[in-house]
Design a protein around this ligand. Structure first.
Ligand SMILES: Nc1ncnc2c1ncn2[C@@H]1O[C@H](COP(=O)(O)OP(=O)(O)OP(=O)(O)O)[C@@H](O)[C@H]1O
Ligand SMILES: O=c1[nH]c(=O)c2[nH+]cn([C@@H]3O[C@H](COP(=O)(O)O)[C@@H](O)[C@H]3O)c2[nH]1
Ligand SMILES: NC(=O)CC[C@H](N)C(=O)O
Ligand SMILES: [Mg+2]
Length: 524
């Protein structure tokens, strides 16, 4: 059974990652004008690639090409007979391979510069002359690499752009992939469309069609698939796509772990089951989770315990499914996104663990189930677009993310039923007011935390001595960095009054004004 990968179906630009913090943006920009691009580590051997790229881009990177341990590209890239573009480190790599004309510069160049095209015939620079470009380098070319000519300069870089005399090989000292390079996207388009001749057919409509075909071929006519579904956007979109492909043979399982939002299990059942026709089972495992959480206060312990319990519940449920053809369930659906994939394949390697995100993917080690990850090529905003095309309601597609360990990591200290009830109610009021104020869409994520501190208050002439709720709301594009949301004071006043009045056990409300870093989004 042969199942084509996305990169075999669509013209694909291969981005080789030398570890720049901007590498994934190259992929993003290309996809924005409907060209599919895939990023692989710079150590990728061309002979191990199952598909032929339409063009290759060498990214920037923190190393110096002349250093002993510097990473270098597989020379076979140049035998593919496709256009190559080197960006920053990538251009220095081209220079190094063709005469070693690279050395430390006298000073670092970081920030804006103006592009001056000197070879107007160079197709890379169509409509981009005299625009602002963004520099970030300490090394520089000290002479022309063999076989190359200068095609652009800037005030500080006599070799701002180079091109091979006879082959479609180009190098740029600046970063066209960052938005600070005003016409950077046009430039990448010139490379991909005009020079590589890639077809601009990477659209979500086409993706849905090919993905449904791919799933059907992979799963075959009778096999059954299970998947953990939370009601969040990623798993819902994956589940909907799977349902389109194989209907009732897909079994979605949602676990009510006792630390979900107010009415969440019922809502998910209604929205996904009845609304979207997804074959969904909601498993009530609240007691199991809450019993295990008794006495646990350490955030990492909570996370691990919840992650493990998810796996137990899920495995038990999977056992119960008896496919009609008498075989066992063969496949597991996961909502893995491209950023997760990038993190694990990046040349820089996985980053240091700040906190253990619960992970149903932890199932994998000793599991016979084969994985299906239909979203593994997509960024979150692409997943949302896909969700809308699949007819998933707008509100669900644009929901704020909600972590698997849920309210357990928002009740600081010990998690009890009573504490969860307080946090849940406060959170409900907060989100309701955010929606009423028309602010939900401007905020990336918002939630309430219950702090294990008591404070004195006065209500109806009575002394109170109750806990504190902390509200958090952030704006972010990738959740790696985030800033707190500047609510109008009137809004905060109203929410605080409602929470203290309506939620027993709360005496005070505070608003968290810490960015990430140095804080994280969740409090635990
Ligand atoms: N209560 C739950 N029941 C079943 N599976 C869950 C539950 N909570 C989380 N998961 C699983 O863990 C995965 C990761 O959760 P995560 O929150 O990152 O994604 P999501 O819930 O699909 O989307 P979002 O990021 O928008 O919340 C989910 O895709 C789902 O497979
Ligand atoms: O599915 C999840 N399981 C987890 O264990 C988990 N921990 C944090 N998050 C979410 O990740 C984003 C970044 O959060 P942090 O800054 O707190 O790491 C935010 O969106 C968090 O809500 C999780 N999501
Ligand atoms: N951004 C980059 O690719 C930098 C390349 C190289 N490390 C330099 O400092 O010049
Ligand atoms: Mg979620």
């Amino acid at each position: 059974m042969s199942v084509e990968q996305v990169s075999q179906v669509f013209d694909t630009i291969l981005v080789l990652d030398f570890g720049s913090q901007y590498s994934h943006l190259i992929t993003r920009r290309l996809r924005e004008f409907n060209i599919y691009a895939e990023m692989l580590p710079c150590t990728q051997k061309i002979k191990d690639l199952a598909w032929k790229p339409t063009g290759v881009i060498l990214s920037g990177g923190p190393y110096s090409v002349y250093a002993e341990d510097a990473p270098h590209v597989d020379p076979e890239v140049f035998n593919l007979d496709v256009p190559v573009l080197g960006i920053c480190y990538g251009m220095q790599e081209l220079a190094w391979l063709n005469g070693k004309q690279v050395a430390r510069g006298e000073k670092r160049e970081y920030g804006p510069s103006t592009l001056k095209v000197i070879d107007a015939a160079c197709p890379l620079f169509k409509n981009v002359d005299h625009s602002t470009v963004w520099m970030s380098h300490g090394d520089k070319l000290i002479g022309l690499p063999n076989g190359f000519k200068v095609v652009a300069t800037s005030d500080n870089s006599p070799y701002c752009g180079i091109a091979h005399e006879s082959k479609p090989i180009y190098g740029l000292q600046f970063h066209p992939e960052v938005t600070h390079s005003a016409k950077g996207k046009e430039l990448l388009k010139n490379f991909a469309v005009d020079i590589c001749k890639a077809t601009q057919n990477w659209t979500m409509e086409n993706f849905i069609e090919t993905e449904i075909k791919r799933i059907r071929t992979l799963v075959g006519p009778t096999a059954e698939v299970i998947g953990a579904v939370s009601g969040g956007v990623d798993s819902t979109v994956a589940a909907k796509l799977m349902t389109e492909a194989i209907g009732e043979r897909f079994h979605a399982i949602m676990v009510d772990n006792g630390v979900l939002r107010l009415n969440e299990a019922e809502n998910v059942k209604k929205n996904l089951g009845a609304g979207l026709g997804i074959n969904l089972t909601v498993v009530d495992a609240a007691d199991e989770f809450l019993d295990k959480l008794k006495g646990v206060t350490d955030p990492e312990k909570k996370r691990k315990l919840i992650g493990n319990t998810f796996i137990h519940v899920f495995e038990r449920e999977a056992e119960k499914i008896k496919p009609k053809d008498g075989t066992d369930v063969e496949f597991l659906l996961q909502g893995t996104l491209y950023p997760d994939v990038i993190e694990s394949i990046s040349f820089k390697g996985p980053s240091q663990t700040i906190k253990t995100h619960h992970n149903v993917g932890g199932l994998l080690d000793n599991m016979k189930l084969k994985l299906i990850e239909p979203l593994r090529e997509l960024f979150k905003d692409e997943v949302r677009h896909l969700g809308e095309l699949l007819g998933i309601p707008h509100d669900l597609v644009w929901r704020h993310p909600f972590p698997g360990p849920g309210i357990a990591i928002r009740v600081l200290g010990e998690v009890t039923r009573e504490q969860v009830a307080i946090a849940r109610k406060a959170d409900y009021i907060y989100i309701e007011e955010i929606r009423n104020a028309g602010l939900y869409g401007q905020i990336s994520q918002a939630f309430a935390c219950l702090l294990p501190v008591k404070s004195v208050g006065v209500m109806g002439d009575q002394r109170t001595y109750d806990q504190v709720i902390a509200l958090r709301a952030i704006e972010t594009t990738d959740f790696m960095t985030a800033d707190w949301f500047p609510f109008p004071h009137e809004f905060l006043k109203k929410v605080a009054a409602r929470i203290v009045n309506e939620v027993d056990g709360v005496a005070r409300v505070t608003y968290d004004i810490t960015s990430k870093p140095p804080a994280t989004v969740e409090w635990e």
